[in-house]
Design a protein around this ligand. Structure first.
Ligand code: NAD
Length: 292
Protein backbone atom coordinates (compact mmCIF):
# COMPACT_ATOMS: atom_id res chain seq x y z
CA UNK A 1 0.00 0.00 0.00
CA UNK A 2 1.67 3.25 -1.16
CA UNK A 3 1.77 6.06 1.36
CA UNK A 4 -0.45 9.03 0.63
CA UNK A 5 1.46 12.30 0.75
CA UNK A 6 -0.20 14.57 -1.82
CA UNK A 7 -3.95 15.07 -2.05
CA UNK A 8 -5.56 16.71 -5.08
CA UNK A 9 -8.95 18.34 -4.53
CA UNK A 10 -11.24 19.27 -7.44
CA UNK A 11 -13.71 22.05 -6.62
CA UNK A 12 -12.95 24.83 -4.16
CA UNK A 13 -16.50 25.56 -3.03
CA UNK A 14 -18.10 25.07 0.38
CA UNK A 15 -16.78 21.52 0.71
CA UNK A 16 -13.51 21.74 -1.25
CA UNK A 17 -12.11 24.53 0.91
CA UNK A 18 -12.94 22.66 4.10
CA UNK A 19 -11.37 19.46 2.78
CA UNK A 20 -8.19 21.38 1.79
CA UNK A 21 -8.11 22.94 5.27
CA UNK A 22 -8.26 19.65 7.22
CA UNK A 23 -5.89 17.78 4.87
CA UNK A 24 -3.23 20.51 5.04
CA UNK A 25 -3.55 20.73 8.82
CA UNK A 26 -3.00 16.97 9.06
CA UNK A 27 0.27 17.34 7.14
CA UNK A 28 -0.69 16.42 3.58
CA UNK A 29 0.48 18.44 0.59
CA UNK A 30 -2.69 19.81 -1.01
CA UNK A 31 -3.37 20.80 -4.62
CA UNK A 32 -6.67 22.64 -4.89
CA UNK A 33 -8.27 23.03 -8.31
CA UNK A 34 -11.30 24.96 -9.55
CA UNK A 35 -12.51 26.32 -12.89
CA UNK A 36 -13.02 29.71 -11.27
CA UNK A 37 -10.02 31.80 -10.13
CA UNK A 38 -12.36 33.75 -7.84
CA UNK A 39 -13.40 30.54 -6.06
CA UNK A 40 -9.73 29.66 -5.49
CA UNK A 41 -8.97 33.11 -4.07
CA UNK A 42 -12.08 33.01 -1.87
CA UNK A 43 -11.23 29.48 -0.68
CA UNK A 44 -7.70 30.48 0.40
CA UNK A 45 -8.99 33.50 2.27
CA UNK A 46 -11.70 31.44 3.99
CA UNK A 47 -9.19 28.75 4.99
CA UNK A 48 -6.98 31.51 6.45
CA UNK A 49 -9.95 32.87 8.45
CA UNK A 50 -11.07 29.44 9.65
CA UNK A 51 -7.54 28.42 10.70
CA UNK A 52 -7.29 31.77 12.49
CA UNK A 53 -10.45 30.90 14.43
CA UNK A 54 -8.85 27.62 15.54
CA UNK A 55 -5.76 29.57 16.70
CA UNK A 56 -7.87 32.01 18.71
CA UNK A 57 -9.58 29.05 20.43
CA UNK A 58 -6.19 27.53 21.25
CA UNK A 59 -6.94 24.41 19.20
CA UNK A 60 -3.84 24.93 17.01
CA UNK A 61 -0.78 27.20 17.18
CA UNK A 62 0.17 30.09 14.86
CA UNK A 63 2.97 27.84 13.57
CA UNK A 64 0.46 25.05 12.73
CA UNK A 65 -1.64 27.58 10.84
CA UNK A 66 1.33 28.92 8.86
CA UNK A 67 2.55 25.40 8.04
CA UNK A 68 -0.92 24.32 6.87
CA UNK A 69 -1.29 27.36 4.60
CA UNK A 70 2.14 26.68 3.10
CA UNK A 71 1.08 23.15 2.18
CA UNK A 72 -1.82 24.35 -0.01
CA UNK A 73 -1.24 25.20 -3.67
CA UNK A 74 -4.02 26.26 -6.02
CA UNK A 75 -4.29 25.63 -9.74
CA UNK A 76 -6.73 26.20 -12.59
CA UNK A 77 -5.17 23.29 -14.50
CA UNK A 78 -6.61 19.89 -13.72
CA UNK A 79 -3.48 18.26 -15.20
CA UNK A 80 -1.44 19.66 -12.26
CA UNK A 81 -3.24 17.14 -10.03
CA UNK A 82 -1.37 14.35 -11.86
CA UNK A 83 1.21 14.10 -9.08
CA UNK A 84 -1.44 13.37 -6.41
CA UNK A 85 -1.56 10.05 -4.54
CA UNK A 86 -5.24 10.60 -3.76
CA UNK A 87 -7.78 12.81 -5.56
CA UNK A 88 -10.98 13.94 -3.84
CA UNK A 89 -13.49 15.36 -6.32
CA UNK A 90 -15.74 17.94 -4.64
CA UNK A 91 -17.18 19.82 -7.62
CA UNK A 92 -20.82 20.69 -8.29
CA UNK A 93 -23.32 17.88 -7.62
CA UNK A 94 -24.08 17.08 -11.28
CA UNK A 95 -23.15 13.75 -12.78
CA UNK A 96 -22.17 15.23 -16.18
CA UNK A 97 -19.82 17.70 -14.46
CA UNK A 98 -18.14 14.95 -12.44
CA UNK A 99 -17.81 12.67 -15.47
CA UNK A 100 -16.19 15.40 -17.54
CA UNK A 101 -13.71 16.07 -14.71
CA UNK A 102 -12.70 12.39 -14.49
CA UNK A 103 -12.33 12.19 -18.27
CA UNK A 104 -9.96 15.19 -18.32
CA UNK A 105 -8.07 14.09 -15.24
CA UNK A 106 -7.48 10.37 -15.90
CA UNK A 107 -4.77 10.67 -18.59
CA UNK A 108 -2.63 12.67 -16.12
CA UNK A 109 -2.92 10.36 -13.09
CA UNK A 110 -0.33 7.84 -11.93
CA UNK A 111 -1.68 4.25 -12.24
CA UNK A 112 -1.68 3.86 -8.45
CA UNK A 113 -3.55 7.10 -7.68
CA UNK A 114 -6.77 6.59 -5.76
CA UNK A 115 -9.72 8.51 -7.16
CA UNK A 116 -12.65 9.46 -4.89
CA UNK A 117 -15.77 11.60 -4.97
CA UNK A 118 -17.36 13.64 -2.19
CA UNK A 119 -20.77 13.25 -3.85
CA UNK A 120 -23.74 13.30 -1.47
CA UNK A 121 -25.87 10.96 -3.52
CA UNK A 122 -24.61 9.90 -6.95
CA UNK A 123 -23.86 6.18 -7.44
CA UNK A 124 -20.18 5.48 -6.75
CA UNK A 125 -20.32 2.29 -8.84
CA UNK A 126 -21.67 4.21 -11.86
CA UNK A 127 -19.07 7.01 -11.52
CA UNK A 128 -16.32 4.36 -11.10
CA UNK A 129 -17.44 2.33 -14.11
CA UNK A 130 -16.64 5.23 -16.41
CA UNK A 131 -13.02 5.46 -15.21
CA UNK A 132 -9.97 3.27 -15.95
CA UNK A 133 -9.71 2.26 -12.26
CA UNK A 134 -13.02 1.14 -10.71
CA UNK A 135 -11.07 -0.90 -8.14
CA UNK A 136 -9.24 2.27 -7.02
CA UNK A 137 -12.38 4.41 -6.89
CA UNK A 138 -14.61 5.10 -3.89
CA UNK A 139 -16.85 7.61 -2.13
CA UNK A 140 -15.13 9.93 0.38
CA UNK A 141 -18.06 11.83 1.86
CA UNK A 142 -17.28 14.66 4.28
CA UNK A 143 -19.96 16.51 6.23
CA UNK A 144 -20.47 20.28 6.22
CA UNK A 145 -18.71 22.27 7.75
CA UNK A 146 -15.72 19.97 7.20
CA UNK A 147 -13.37 21.35 9.91
CA UNK A 148 -16.11 20.93 12.54
CA UNK A 149 -17.89 17.69 11.66
CA UNK A 150 -16.39 14.46 12.95
CA UNK A 151 -17.81 11.96 10.47
CA UNK A 152 -16.61 10.84 7.04
CA UNK A 153 -18.67 8.24 5.18
CA UNK A 154 -16.50 5.85 3.15
CA UNK A 155 -18.48 4.25 0.35
CA UNK A 156 -17.23 1.22 -1.54
CA UNK A 157 -18.36 0.79 -5.13
CA UNK A 158 -19.03 -2.75 -6.24
CA UNK A 159 -15.44 -3.05 -7.59
CA UNK A 160 -13.51 -1.14 -4.89
CA UNK A 161 -10.59 -3.23 -3.58
CA UNK A 162 -9.56 -3.65 0.05
CA UNK A 163 -6.26 -1.81 -0.39
CA UNK A 164 -8.06 1.30 -1.63
CA UNK A 165 -10.49 1.16 1.28
CA UNK A 166 -7.61 0.73 3.78
CA UNK A 167 -5.70 3.70 2.29
CA UNK A 168 -8.75 5.96 2.52
CA UNK A 169 -9.48 4.77 6.06
CA UNK A 170 -5.90 5.64 7.06
CA UNK A 171 -6.39 9.17 5.69
CA UNK A 172 -9.60 9.59 7.72
CA UNK A 173 -7.71 8.39 10.83
CA UNK A 174 -4.87 10.86 10.22
CA UNK A 175 -7.41 13.69 9.84
CA UNK A 176 -8.57 12.78 13.36
CA UNK A 177 -12.04 12.00 12.04
CA UNK A 178 -14.23 8.91 12.32
CA UNK A 179 -15.11 6.78 9.30
CA UNK A 180 -18.51 5.15 8.84
CA UNK A 181 -18.61 2.52 6.13
CA UNK A 182 -21.62 2.71 3.87
CA UNK A 183 -22.72 0.54 0.98
CA UNK A 184 -23.32 2.19 -2.36
CA UNK A 185 -27.09 2.71 -2.29
CA UNK A 186 -28.82 6.04 -2.92
CA UNK A 187 -27.72 8.80 -0.53
CA UNK A 188 -25.69 6.34 1.62
CA UNK A 189 -26.41 6.54 5.39
CA UNK A 190 -26.60 10.11 6.70
CA UNK A 191 -28.62 11.63 3.88
CA UNK A 192 -30.81 8.53 3.51
CA UNK A 193 -32.06 9.23 7.03
CA UNK A 194 -31.68 13.03 7.27
CA UNK A 195 -33.27 14.10 3.97
CA UNK A 196 -36.59 12.27 4.39
CA UNK A 197 -36.82 13.94 7.82
CA UNK A 198 -36.22 17.38 6.30
CA UNK A 199 -38.68 16.59 3.48
CA UNK A 200 -41.28 15.54 6.09
CA UNK A 201 -40.72 18.84 7.93
CA UNK A 202 -41.47 20.67 4.64
CA UNK A 203 -44.66 18.55 4.22
CA UNK A 204 -45.61 19.49 7.79
CA UNK A 205 -45.29 23.15 6.77
CA UNK A 206 -47.02 22.59 3.40
CA UNK A 207 -50.03 20.93 5.05
CA UNK A 208 -50.30 23.72 7.63
CA UNK A 209 -49.63 21.48 10.60
CA UNK A 210 -47.09 23.97 11.91
CA UNK A 211 -45.34 27.23 11.02
CA UNK A 212 -41.61 27.45 10.19
CA UNK A 213 -40.93 28.55 13.75
CA UNK A 214 -43.10 25.96 15.48
CA UNK A 215 -41.65 23.10 13.40
CA UNK A 216 -38.06 24.12 14.17
CA UNK A 217 -38.79 24.79 17.85
CA UNK A 218 -40.56 21.44 18.17
CA UNK A 219 -37.62 19.44 16.87
CA UNK A 220 -35.08 21.46 18.90
CA UNK A 221 -36.93 21.29 22.21
CA UNK A 222 -38.88 18.07 21.65
CA UNK A 223 -36.26 15.89 20.00
CA UNK A 224 -33.12 17.64 21.27
CA UNK A 225 -31.85 18.48 17.78
CA UNK A 226 -29.28 21.31 17.85
CA UNK A 227 -30.91 22.89 14.77
CA UNK A 228 -34.49 22.72 13.49
CA UNK A 229 -34.99 20.77 10.22
CA UNK A 230 -35.97 23.86 8.18
CA UNK A 231 -33.05 25.88 9.53
CA UNK A 232 -30.80 22.93 8.66
CA UNK A 233 -32.27 22.69 5.14
CA UNK A 234 -31.42 26.39 4.59
CA UNK A 235 -27.88 25.69 5.80
CA UNK A 236 -27.40 22.71 3.44
CA UNK A 237 -29.06 24.46 0.46
CA UNK A 238 -32.61 23.70 -0.70
CA UNK A 239 -31.38 22.79 -4.21
CA UNK A 240 -29.07 20.18 -2.68
CA UNK A 241 -31.92 18.83 -0.50
CA UNK A 242 -34.19 18.55 -3.56
CA UNK A 243 -31.44 16.89 -5.64
CA UNK A 244 -30.91 14.26 -2.91
CA UNK A 245 -34.67 13.60 -2.56
CA UNK A 246 -34.84 13.08 -6.33
CA UNK A 247 -31.95 10.61 -6.18
CA UNK A 248 -33.76 8.69 -3.39
CA UNK A 249 -37.07 8.80 -5.27
CA UNK A 250 -35.57 7.68 -8.59
CA UNK A 251 -33.10 5.20 -7.11
CA UNK A 252 -35.42 3.42 -4.68
CA UNK A 253 -38.70 3.90 -6.62
CA UNK A 254 -40.71 4.32 -3.42
CA UNK A 255 -43.35 7.08 -3.13
CA UNK A 256 -42.29 7.73 0.48
CA UNK A 257 -39.34 9.68 -1.00
CA UNK A 258 -41.57 12.02 -3.10
CA UNK A 259 -40.06 15.53 -2.78
CA UNK A 260 -42.54 17.93 -1.17
CA UNK A 261 -44.02 20.31 -3.82
CA UNK A 262 -43.27 23.21 -1.49
CA UNK A 263 -39.56 22.31 -1.50
CA UNK A 264 -39.65 22.32 -5.32
CA UNK A 265 -41.44 25.71 -5.22
CA UNK A 266 -38.71 27.31 -3.07
CA UNK A 267 -36.04 25.99 -5.44
CA UNK A 268 -38.00 27.31 -8.47
CA UNK A 269 -38.10 30.72 -6.79
CA UNK A 270 -34.31 30.65 -6.36
CA UNK A 271 -34.84 30.76 -2.58
CA UNK A 272 -32.12 28.22 -1.86
CA UNK A 273 -31.39 29.03 1.80
CA UNK A 274 -28.49 30.87 3.36
CA UNK A 275 -26.41 30.98 0.18
CA UNK A 276 -29.05 33.11 -1.59
CA UNK A 277 -30.07 34.88 1.66
CA UNK A 278 -33.60 33.48 1.47
CA UNK A 279 -35.11 30.07 2.05
CA UNK A 280 -37.43 29.01 4.87
CA UNK A 281 -35.97 32.07 6.60
CA UNK A 282 -35.05 35.48 5.17
CA UNK A 283 -31.44 36.28 6.14
CA UNK A 284 -31.23 39.78 4.68
CA UNK A 285 -31.92 41.57 7.96
CA UNK A 286 -30.29 41.49 11.39
CA UNK A 287 -32.05 38.30 12.45
CA UNK A 288 -33.50 35.48 10.33
CA UNK A 289 -37.25 35.94 9.73
CA UNK A 290 -39.48 33.00 8.66
CA UNK A 291 -40.75 33.33 5.09
CA UNK A 292 -44.02 31.47 5.90
P1 NAD B 1 -20.25 24.44 -4.22
O1 NAD B 1 -21.23 24.87 -5.23
O2 NAD B 1 -20.01 25.27 -3.01
O3 NAD B 1 -18.81 24.19 -4.91
C1 NAD B 1 -18.63 23.50 -6.11
C2 NAD B 1 -17.35 24.03 -6.75
O4 NAD B 1 -17.05 23.21 -7.89
C3 NAD B 1 -17.45 25.47 -7.26
O5 NAD B 1 -16.39 26.23 -6.72
C4 NAD B 1 -17.32 25.33 -8.78
O6 NAD B 1 -16.66 26.43 -9.39
C5 NAD B 1 -16.47 24.06 -8.87
N1 NAD B 1 -16.54 23.39 -10.16
C6 NAD B 1 -17.60 23.22 -10.99
N2 NAD B 1 -17.21 22.57 -12.11
C7 NAD B 1 -15.89 22.33 -11.98
C8 NAD B 1 -14.92 21.70 -12.81
N3 NAD B 1 -15.25 21.19 -14.00
N4 NAD B 1 -13.64 21.63 -12.37
C9 NAD B 1 -13.28 22.14 -11.16
N5 NAD B 1 -14.18 22.75 -10.33
C10 NAD B 1 -15.45 22.84 -10.74
O7 NAD B 1 -20.70 22.95 -3.82
P2 NAD B 1 -20.38 22.16 -2.46
O8 NAD B 1 -21.49 22.36 -1.49
O9 NAD B 1 -18.97 22.42 -2.08
O10 NAD B 1 -20.53 20.64 -2.99
C11 NAD B 1 -19.48 19.98 -3.66
C12 NAD B 1 -19.70 18.48 -3.59
O11 NAD B 1 -19.74 18.08 -2.22
C13 NAD B 1 -21.00 17.99 -4.21
O12 NAD B 1 -20.79 16.74 -4.81
C14 NAD B 1 -21.93 17.85 -3.00
O13 NAD B 1 -22.95 16.91 -3.18
C15 NAD B 1 -20.95 17.38 -1.95
N6 NAD B 1 -21.35 17.63 -0.56
C16 NAD B 1 -21.96 18.80 -0.20
C17 NAD B 1 -22.34 19.00 1.13
C18 NAD B 1 -23.03 20.29 1.57
O14 NAD B 1 -23.58 20.32 2.68
N7 NAD B 1 -23.00 21.34 0.78
C19 NAD B 1 -22.07 18.03 2.10
C20 NAD B 1 -21.40 16.85 1.71
C21 NAD B 1 -21.06 16.66 0.38
Amino acid sequence: MGEIRTIGIVGAGQMGNGIAHVCALAGYEVLLNDVSPDQLTAALSLIDTNLGRQVSRNRISEADKAAALKRISTTLKLSDLGQSDLVIEAATERETVKQAIFEDLLPHLKPETILTSNTSSISITRLASRTDRPEKFMGFHFMNPVPVMQLVELIRGIATDEETFASCKSVVDRLGKTAATAEDFPAFIVNRILMPMINEAVYTLYEGVGSVRSIDESMKLGANHPMGPLELADFIGLDTCLAIMNVLHDGLADTKYRPCPLLTKYVEAGWLGRKTERGFYDYRGEVPVPTR
